[in-house]
Design a protein around this ligand. Sequence first.
Ligand SMILES: [Mn+2]
Length: 311
Amino acid sequence: MKFSETIAKLKGERTLLLCHDQADSDAIGAAYALARYIGGDVGVPQAVATHTYRLIEELELSVIIAPDTASYQHVVVVDAASPVQLRESLPTKFWFVDHHPENDLQKLALGGLYDPVSSTCQLVYRLLKELGVKLDRKTGLALAAGIMTDTINFHKGDAEAFRSFGEILDATGLTYEAIQRLYMTDERRDRGAICQAAINAEQHEIGGYHVLVATICENIPTFAARALFDLGADVSVVGYTRGEEVEIRMYIRQELAANHKLDAADVFRNVPGMEKGTAWGYSLFAGYRAKGDLKTLLANIVQSFQERLRS
Ligand SMILES: [Mn+2]
């Protein structure tokens, strides 16, 4: 049986798409695209790589850290070459899709798709194509991001990688720039807005941690939150108001999250007034969008840290 047929059979069942630890864009992109088709969850053993934050945000993807693999009917491991990359999350039974030149995982797997090409995302694209799946914009973004980063912005790569990237752009109306934008802030105006947000930020010292809270006048709260985080914040929270909608992004330093057992996306879900909106992300990063009053929400977030970091 072709692996695409196996994938098709997982549709509607409880499936986990498991990335290697420190998941990169190729792993996240492949997991997202399969999860979107099958209807499953995306998980990672401990953490995702920093460069994927923006992609995860654009996909509005909730990545499960250290998922309970035994609670799923099926697990599909993506972009992993060896069992050590899965740490404690190595499932007892799993399928796999991978492209690494050497792969020690396949002998443990039930089966899967292995081909030492340029990226796992092109293999997932191959599978979805065999299944006649029509790509939506986010799936296109996920797959194209994986191909672009695993070819190091096309400094290397096989013909299928280039061809697939072009076909994905064609099918979804995405551009090369739209994919590249996931990995840079290049606008001078945006950098000015980030500087202004940093200057106007409120600093709260809570339980020995620096909590920085700011608003920004351009719709780049993720970049601003990242900049405040890089300045030295333990928690950076940045809000942006667009008409009636608010956008909020937050980074939490690993050490703080571990000491206080915090999950950024969970923090957002439990702040008073935030239950009406959509929260996504994972333990160290969260995004939030809803109609509401930004000032009130930011004050409630600070209040929530005051409660959490004191206990
Ligand atoms: Mn890869």
